[in-house]
Design a protein. Structure first.
Length: 153
């Protein structure tokens, strides 16, 4: 396993929640971004179904903008095979521009990580999420449920 010393403690904690099958590919992705001078931090890793349901309620039953299309048990986060990231600029401020995350995706594809199952939600046909990367490899949530256990911690 590679060193991820460039991650802040909270990012490391989010990373630690991931499924062991997912960690090596996400490590490679994060190290690649770091080596290309992107300060990428992990803002979310695995989530319980209850945590996912709470996010699903935002913009529906709770105030705010809708931030997810997936209910508990229907997100790749619930199976430890997804991360949400943020890119920090030189001043430590969040860069939310979709094109920045598109550059990360370009780096990942050039390194062949798409061939290892990595996907970027910025390319999804509906409910695009620029900050979301997962290892669903285009499989349905039913196939993911068959392959990975539901995250419960």
């Amino acid at each position: 396993m590679m060193e991820l010393d460039f991650l802040r403690p909270q990012s490391k904690a989010h990373f630690a929640t991931l499924n062991s099958d997912a960690k090596p590919i996400f490590e490679e992705f994060l190290k690649l971004c770091h080596d290309k001078m992107f300060n990428v931090q992990v803002t979310s890793g695995s989530r319980t179904a209850a945590e996912q349901d709470a996010l699903y309620e935002i913009g529906r039953e709770k105030p705010g903008k809708i931030i997810t299309a997936a209910r508990g048990g229907e997100s790749s986060h619930n199976y430890g095979i997804a991360i949400d990231v943020v890119v920090l600029n030189r001043d430590g401020e969040c860069d939310w521009r979709t094109e920045t995350y598109g550059m990360l995706w370009t780096l990942a594809k050039e390194a062949g990580l798409d061939k290892k199952g990595l996907r970027w939600a910025g390319e999804w046909k509906s409910f695009k999420e620029a900050v979301h990367f997962d290892l669903s490899n285009g499989h349905s949530i039913a196939a993911i449920k068959d392959k990975y256990p539901l995250y419960t911690c």
